[in-house]
Design a protein around this ligand. Sequence first.
Ligand code: CU
Length: 150
Amino acid sequence: MKELSILLATVFFFGVSFPLETRGAIPLDKINISTKGDQLAFDTTKLSAKINQPVQLTFKNTASKSSGLQHNWVLVKPGTADAVSTASLSVGADKGWLAESPNVIAHTKLLNSGESETVHFKSPSVAGEYPYFCSFPGHAQTMKGVLTVN
Ligand code: CU
């Protein structure tokens, strides 16, 4: 009985406090990004977001079905793009070709051509230039861009 009341209190607390908290929050930064068709490139190489903001990012893999190209979108801490993309080379397809790393701030899963995914994350609390890239082996050299946070 005691456990039940604690459970109910917890459900009540989260159910009520979350909407209240998000209601006061600042508007979402909405970002749309896709591949440049069948090229190993994003259609946008420069993105921007405000510090500490909820961000909603939608990434679409617009490559043709026949290309068979798989892509993801990975945002990392400044100066760590090479390390994360290199570490991802040996990760394998079952882990989406993305190495687990504390330097990864946000990412989509590996998407097949025609697929898209929306991810939500909080933008960094420190202003700077945050690199993003596709971690599929061989793509990061050209499939990359910079998110400016200010
Ligand atoms: Cu890619």
